[in-house]
Design a binder for this molecule. Sequence first.
Ligand code: SAM
Length: 163
Amino acid sequence: MSRLDSFIRRLEAQRSCLADAARRSRETRGVVLELGLGNGRTFDHLREICAGRDIYVFDRQVAAHPDCIPAPDRMFLGDFTQTLKDARAKLGDNAAAMIHVDLGSGDAAASLALAARLAPDIAALMAPRAVLVSDQPVEAPDLAALPLPEGVRPGRYFMAEKR
Ligand code: SAM
């Protein structure tokens, strides 16, 4: 498969998983968290598919398209290892109905290790039945893997529900 095809499949998988998560978490009270603003592509999409929800976004910098920059009071700016703890203090544990983790860099091992390090704080922020969508495996005792939407190859994206 060419790199172009692989990139397109990844974005299709991301979009399918986000749609499935929005549907699954529709009845769950809580905010939406986006880890990884990047250029704002998935934040912009979440605004569409999670209309009416408060969306909080995390990144170490704001470098998004000008149309996709969250309001300052919806942004946790800094390293995820600190800002997730800030979010737990500000929003409270169990605050999120849905979390999207999109933290991957070119360094696969570092991305995997970062996700593992963040897993306890991510799980703590999720309400019971909240849904996690992630570009990395995120494992915690109270997270159960969810089946992926049709057409998404296992390992390309990850979904889990808080027990
Ligand atoms: N979701 C974005 C989009 O659709 O445009 C893409 C996000 S990009 C793959 C990953 C983002 O995570 C980058 O913007 C990077 O700055 C951020 N990031 C990676 N590691 C981080 C860390 N430890 N703390 C804070 N931000 C981090």
